[in-house]
Design a protein around this ligand. Structure first.
Ligand code: ATP
Ligand code: MG
Length: 393
């Protein structure tokens, strides 16, 4: 049944029914079959009565339940509001440290993000601190952002650039992106999953590209390759864990103050194989179209970790080659996805051209593995310096 149908049958508001259903998740009384459909253990009425009780008990026992996040953290600045939820810079009231807090609707898919992050321990992956669930209404944050002092203003140019977007240089747009929403209960005060992680002060690779493309900062070929090498190290580690990231793009690659590269946004992560060792059947149509591998784009369902190599080829190109206008990008990008490079690029970067071309192979098996790419960059392209995790951005 949908929340709407249950609401109708039990004479309640849909919004409160949704709250109850999310409160009962994990009790065995309700099961979420897909985005909208719920399976109830008894009749809708019984379930909702028990849901109301649980909700009321929660409120009586813990008068501040739903506010544990705000009891322990001060909001500093909103960092991003993506398809899945909301990310903010926060300051822990006790330890005084800054963290990034991601708040998403709580469901089984959201748990995958936490489990994958918790499983990863690598200098080029965003470090996970902890996660918990609570009933929360994201709208309260909207109000706070304008009215509360704790939501302090950006205090440096660096911070404001961290929240910039790639703007008209990007082929990416809300309409182009696969809608990634797993529901909107967080906006209505439903169960939310809070993911506390390391705060990457220097913003995203999108910001890095904007700064470079608009001439604010000079970057050399070596700078670009050093960044790429760190990305590859992170991806090699993800693949070594039997995981596929599935949404590698500049917005999901971050920098810390000491210029270490961190891969973030594990919202679409999935494992390569099922328990019997066969290829997993993937959920169709996920990812970000302009960076997505052809097999992911065409909704094929048995792709593997090589689906991550294709976007890395595009990212490597972008790191090396300045694209100054949206028009230029619109011309270059479709060709690039077909392994056709600007002539000037091929002349200036012949070795990189060969490598990127392989990474962009239509046939996933022809793409090199992350470990091979890392080795190649280290041995041939950055031979004069030692590489992994070097801080030269
Ligand atoms: P999208 O729809 O772009 O994929 P999302 O909802 O999946 O977004 P994330 O990509 O995890 O969420 O985060 C959204 C944005 O928040 C990022 O693009 C980045 O700007 C910022 N952000 C996320 N995590 C961090 C972090 N650890 N430190 C600093 N900024 C972060
Ligand atoms: Mg993202």
């Amino acid at each position: 049944m949908t929340a709407g149908q249950i609401a109708k049958n039990t004479n309640q508001e849909r919004k409160s029914v949704k709250k109850m259903l999310y409160n009962l998740l994990g009790t065995g009384k309700v099961e979420k079959l897909d985005e909208k459909v719920w399976k109830l253990a008894g009749s809708g009425k019984e379930v909702l009565e028990s849901g109301n009780r649980v909700f009321a008990e929660n409120l009586t026992d813990k008068p501040e339940s739903g506010l544990s996040f705000l009891r322990h953290f001060d909001l500093v600045k909103e960092l991003g509001e993506g398809g899945y939820g909301w990310v903010s810079q926060v300051k822990h009231k006790l330890d005084g440290k800054f963290y990034a807090m991601k708040i998403v609707d709580y469901d089984q898919e959201a748990e995958c993000e936490v489990k994958a992050l918790a499983d990863c321990n690598h200098p080029n992956i965003v470090r996970y601190s902890t996660a918990w669930t609570e009933v929360f209404d994201l709208n309260t944050l909207g109000n706070r952002s304008t009215s509360e002092q704790s939501y302090s203003q950006t205090n440096s140019e660096e911070e404001s650039s961290a929240s910039a977007s790639i703007g008209d240089l990007s082929l990416e747009s809300e309409s182009e992106s696969e809608p990634k929403s797993r529901g909107t209960n967080s906006r209505e005060g439903g169960s939310c999953l809070f993911i506390q992680m390391e705060f990457c002060e220097k913003g995203t690779l999108s910001n890095w590209l904007i700064d470079r493309n608009f001439g604010k900062s000079q970057k050399t070929r070596e700078d670009a390759l050093q960044v790429f090498q760190q990305v590859i190290c992170g991806v090699e580690y993800i693949h070594s864990k039997g995981l596929i990231h599935r949404d590698l793009k500049p917005d999901n690659i971050l920098f810390t103050n000491d210029n270490c590269v961190k891969i973030g946004d594990f919202g679409l992560v999935t494992s390569v194989t099922n328990r019997n060792g066969g290829l997993m059947k993937r959920t169709k149509g996920k990812g970000t179209p302009s960076y997505m591998s052809p097999e992911q784009d065409q909704n094929q369902r048995d792709y593997d970790e090589k689906a991550d190599i294709f976007p890395l080829g595009l990212i490597c190109f972008e790191l090396l080659w300045k694209i100054s206008t949206g028009y230029e990008r619109g011309k270059i990008w479709p060709d690039l996805r077909n392994q056709v490079f600007p002539t000037e690029f091929s002349k200036a970067y012949s070795s990189e051209n060969k490598l990127i071309s392989k990474m962009l192979s239509k046939t996933p098996q022809k793409r090199p593995a992350a470990a091979e790419i890392a080795r190649y960059i280290k041995t041939f392209l950055l031979s004069e310096t030692s590489v992994c995790n070097q801080k030269t951005v």
